[in-house]
Ligand binder design. Sequence first.
Ligand code: GDP
Ligand code: MG
Length: 303
Amino acid sequence: MNEPAEAPFKSGFVVLAGRPNVGKSTLLNALLKFKLSIVSPKPQTTRHKILGILGGPRYQICFLDTPGLIAEPRDPLQKVLKRAARTAAHKDADVIVLLVEPQRPGPRELEELSGLGGQTPLILALNKSDLPSSPGAHEEVLRAYSEALKPAAALKISALRGTGVEELLEKLLARLPDCPPYYDQDGQLSDRPERFFAAEMIREQVFALYRQEIPHATAVVVEEFLEKKGTRDWISAVLYVEKDGQKAILLGKGGQALRDLSEKSRRALSEFLGRPVDLQLWVKVRRDWRRDPRSLREFGYLA
Ligand code: GDP
Ligand code: MG
């Protein structure tokens, strides 16, 4: 008797695209059921492309969390981010998931999104569908986007509540190519080194604790990450800001603000890594680093 042929293995890259703050990182976390990408209520927290890997019995999906397709780049950093997002969306993806807010798109937005992905299949997901709306309003928004973008599939989701996420996953799998896995199926969640996540988690705390321009003017570089057998890991990181005044704000009166930041970051890192760590933070001024290609490269924002 013939055995039924096993379903082919599916594997590929999925780009999560959409404006800053639309919920890309939240969706990635919901998909991976693990806090991987940093989430913040302020736009543009995610500067890097983050690769999260979801492994199932017969599939492996590699997610790219882009920094968002920003409308008007205001400085060289934003230009780099926008280019990175577009490139990721076009080159690396087998499927693109475009997240949109539950608001009718304006002509400029549709114009900006037109041609997104080229030949790559596009799945349109209206996120934040848990927010209250008048009857039929969400369907109306989906229709407006669908008419302009002609996606392969469209649906409503709430990344925050987890509704529609399973259905989105099914639609994704249906469009992934038959392909062996790109990475070991050993449950690893990312190919990014822990050093990178450590820097992102410290940056997340900067967003939580400081106001206005400070988080956007701060780059975090992890200089030392030592795993020590039998005792705590040791992490040393530098916070680069653009001006002396920003350094003074980061430090706070008598260094108290930096001590708070350090303690909160240390706790978040210990939880993330599942083992206790010691953390030392330094603050340095690198004038106008956001406009300086050399600094952007050194801080990992430019290849
Ligand atoms: P990103 O910039 O696209 O990565 O957006 P984030 O994932 O950082 O989310 C931005 C904000 O939107 C955060 O405050 C999230 O809690 C919120 N958010 C994300 N998804 C949802 C959702 O489905 N419903 C609601 N109500 N809020 C959401
Ligand atoms: Mg994000």
